[in-house]
Design a protein. Structure first.
Length: 134
């Protein structure tokens, strides 16, 4: 019957909302831990931080996607901490890469990374540095 269908739909929407809320809580906790750990890595072991980049980029994409779905931002402090650590890592990597002899392809990637950095598109800059380093 129509009443049963409406009840089923309402229950499903309620379950979806609870599922999104759980997803947000789990992702927020994960994001906070990763932000903290990444900041420590940048400070203490920059080369290991570079290796961790792609996982962080993926986590940022998941967070962005969930924020779009929920229509709300979360983890602002962690985002700022992560952004500051990312900027520091990129500045260190640029300094290191500028002192090396690079191929033409690597120079293009470095230039692309620096341009993204200037535009505060740190995710793209990280991806370019990662690509250049591998």
């Amino acid at each position: 019957s129509a009443g049963l269908a409406v009840q089923f739909t309402n229950q499903r929407l309620s379950n979806d909302a609870v599922s999104l809320e759980k997803q947000q809580i789990l992702l927020q906790a994960k994001f906070a831990q990763v932000s903290h750990d990444f900041a420590l890595l940048v400070e203490n072991e920059p080369k290991k931080a570079l290796q961790a980049i792609m996982g962080i980029v993926q986590l940022q994409k998941e967070k962005s996607q969930l924020e779009k779905t929920l229509g709300a931002k979360f983890g602002e402090k962690e985002s700022n901490d992560l952004e500051n650590a990312t900027k520091t890592l990129l500045e260190n990597e640029f300094s290191d890469l500028d002192s090396r002899t690079l191929t033409e392809g690597q120079l293009i990637l470095l230039n692309d990374a620096k341009n993204a950095f200037t535009k505060q598109d740190y995710q793209t800059a990280l991806e370019k540095v990662w690509e250049l380093s591998n």
